[in-house]
Design a protein around this ligand. Sequence first.
Ligand SMILES: *[C@@H]1O[C@H](CO)[C@@H](O)[C@H](O)[C@H]1NC(C)=O
Ligand SMILES: *[C@@H]1O[C@H](CO)[C@@H](O)[C@H](O)[C@H]1NC(C)=O
Length: 282
Amino acid sequence: MGYIRITLLATLFVDVAQIALGHPLAPQAADCSRSLLVDAADAYVAAQTAGNASLLERVVANGWEYEENNKRGDAREGVLGKTLKIDHRRTLFDMVACATYTEIIAADPSNPYVIGTQIRHGDDGRVTLIDTIASTTNSWLFDAKKTLGYVLEEKWDPIPEAKRDERSVIRAAGDAYLNMWSNAAAANAVPWGTPCTRLEGSAYTGKGRPDDSCRAGIPSNHSQAPNTRRRYVIDESMGSVSILCVWEHMMMAADSHEFRLEGGKLRYVHTMTECGGRRCTL
Ligand SMILES: *[C@@H]1O[C@H](CO)[C@@H](O)[C@H](O)[C@H]1NC(C)=O
Ligand SMILES: *[C@@H]1O[C@H](CO)[C@@H](O)[C@H](O)[C@H]1NC(C)=O
């Protein structure tokens, strides 16, 4: 209780101080506020909409890095350099790691993308890394229009404070799920919920039934598929964790998995898998 009060006061103090200084967008201290994360995620979505990485200048640190589909590179030459008509975006906020994850869907058939992007901030609040999985034509089960339709049907409301799961619980659920590829026994550690629906590219396991399950069709016991280089963004208020990784099982693909728990149980899984520009096949 005391801790919560102190945190609240500290947050208020920082906001008031920033307003007083007249620089609400320029953080002065090693502090991570939600407004800071919102501002950077919004700037990123605006830059992606315009296909203009320069629109990030306001929020990025000197020497910030860009990674696309598990490879470091120049943001202007990647998907960020393309104009996208964005139909949907949803952002997770990780106040501990000072990072966000944004899911983007651009269904326009002439330029379709489904993108998962983690943005990491340094001690001064500025963006140090934009780390994105950009799936498009040839990606695993790709059909942006179908994906959009399913996503818009789902309910990802904020979870009431008293019902939130611990950060460690949310992360462990995501890890256990990804561990199943190399170890079938990890399935015992996944807090399977029902209904649970998996949106894998544009393929949906949900049938709208109360016993819908996410367990179906998961390969296991492939020692060569540990799903490595996992990067996490965890948002307790959404019951969600985003994990970007290497998907060894499918052509060493670049992969994004996003999980949502409700009441400790797995409810939604979203995946994006991009195979280095080639057509993904198992
Ligand atoms: C990109 O954004 C910058 C900063 O706002 C602007 O000066 C530039 O003209 C834009 N470039 C294009 C191609 O729109
Ligand atoms: C996976 O390996 C474990 C341990 O070797 C074994 O008990 C289990 O039957 C295997 N499961 C599958 C699905 O092959």
